[in-house]
Design a protein around this ligand. Structure first.
Ligand code: PMP
Length: 430
């Protein structure tokens, strides 16, 4: 197929994420992705500022991951996980148990982040059902959150972020505290936690679990909040027995400067979800980890088995790549790299804070965010970025970069300067 035929067929027949079939946003055909560069079919080369949505932390086509995938493909690409186990799954589980906060030691594999969150929620409900506490059907979460696009995960996304609001009539109804505050690094005072605590105490006997993204809220607003807030949540969960689910799908594997974002607060959740960067972005894989107390609590119940079993659970190719990705991360100076990226993002994005078009500028770990006053014109801004030789995908009132950890300073500067100029250009807003 010629490039023009690819584009034509794509435009007519293929749904892209969050787009209309009548008036789709432009798409750019990529032929090759290598290191931190995306090679377009028309020969243009873009420096990647997205890590394919938090995932490609080592850049693209890393030879170590390619090799792990090729070697695994020669022995076993997939087998059902029911009644069968295999080395790649066990080796990956042992890494996850070792590297996640200590009490998390039981691992359930799935194939996407949304499913990992579904499983976490199911675990929480089943845990209380097993104890005979049938009233606990509510989840408590915070505004500004995002946990996926499936039905139960949508029910704990911010109902007003414009993504899932249309389904509010058919979604399960859960409890929402205000967006967590203060911002990361700002001074704490107890007033910041009052609304959350009041809501939890008023509904204590009905709540199965608290679910939130630790410290960094991603797709629901790209906000960074105080680790003290998370410590308070943990304290209240300890006091009441309500389970704490940490959704580390975006934040896991170093993105915020610690291996997992929970580490900023020094807390361990009862259930934790990981995905995205788990395989360095090469394969689709996610996992839900639980404490022995949760896992055994479920299994002591009258049903006793966890009712979930995806066809591609623990896919050996994905598990082998995930093991290689974790080893690569652990043997690299990723903390220094992420910290250098944070410093550069902060310094180089700061100048756009003065523009009338810009509401706020912030950086944490390898995440740099420019929040704008008006919503961006996605197609126009995307075109601007491609013409500047970078891949950045703005969304709503957010222009953000989360580059691969291996991005060199010169390439990062290309990204930050393009973002700075886009955020200051009034023609790129709707
Ligand atoms: N939770 C969080 C925090 C996420 O950022 C995402 C994906 N953006 C998900 C869950 C859902 O993951 P997936 O897209 O792999 O289903």
């Amino acid at each position: 197929m010629q490039t023009k035929d690819i584009l034509e067929f794509d435009r007519t027949h293929i749904w892209h994420p969050y787009t209309s079939m009548i008036d789709p946003l432009p798409v750019y055909p990529v032929e090759r992705a290598e290191g931190v560069r995306l090679h377009l079919a028309d020969g243009r080369v873009l420096v990647d500022g997205m890590s394919s949505w938090w995932a490609a932390i080592h850049g693209y086509s890393h030879p170590v991951l390619v090799d792990a995938l090729a070697r695994q493909a020669q022995t076993m690409s997939h087998v059902m996980f029911g009644g069968i186990t295999h080395r790649p799954a066990v080796e990956l589980a042992s890494r996850l148990v070792r590297m996640t906060p200590a009490p998390l030691e039981r691992v359930f594999f799935s194939d996407s982040g949304s499913v990992a969150v579904e499983v976490a929620i199911k675990m929480a409900f089943q845990y209380w059902l097993s104890k005979g506490e049938r009233r606990r059907t509510k989840l408590l979460t915070v505004r500004g959150g995002y946990h996926g696009d499936t039905f139960e995960t949508m029910s704990v996304c911010d109902p007003e972020n414009g993504m899932h609001g249309m389904f509010s009539g058919v979604l399960p109804q859960h409890l929402f505290a205000p967006v967590p505050s203060p911002a990361f690094g700002d001074a704490w005072n107890d007033a910041h936690f009052e609304a959350f605590e009041t809501l939890l105490r008023a509904n204590e006997g009905d709540i199965a679990a608290v679910i939130l993204e630790p410290v960094v809220q991603g797709a629901g607003g790209m906000r960074f909040y105080s680790p003290e807030y998370l410590r308070r949540v943990r304290g209240l969960c300890d006091e009441t027995g309500i389970l704490l689910i940490a959704d580390e799908i975006a934040t896991g594997f170093g993105r915020t400067g610690t291996l997992f974002a929970c580490e900023h607060a020094g807390i361990a959740p009862d259930i934790m979800c990981v995905g995205k960067a788990l395989t360095g972005g090469m394969m689709t894989l996610a996992a839900t980890l639980a404490t022995a107390e949760v896992a055994e609590g479920i299994s002591r119940g009258e049903l006793s088995v966890l009712m979930h079993g995806p066809t591609f659970m623990a896919n050996p190719l994905a598990c082998a790549v995930a093991c290689a990705s974790i080893d690569l991360l652990e043997s690299s100076p990723w903390r220094e790299r992420v910290s250098a990226i944070e410093t550069q993002l902060r310094e180089e994005l700061a100048p756009c804070a003065d523009a009338d078009t810009v509401a706020d500028v912030r950086a944490l770990g390898a995440i740099g965010v420019v929040e704008t006053v008006r919503p961006v014109n996605m197609a126009a801004m995307q075109r601007f970025f491609v013409e500047r030789g970078v891949w950045v995908r703005p969304f709503g009132r957010l222009v953000y970069i989360m580059p691969p950890f291996v991005t060199e300073p010169d390439d990062l500067s290309l990204l930050t300067h393009a973002v700075r100029d886009a955020a200051r250009d009034p023609r790129l807003f709707s």
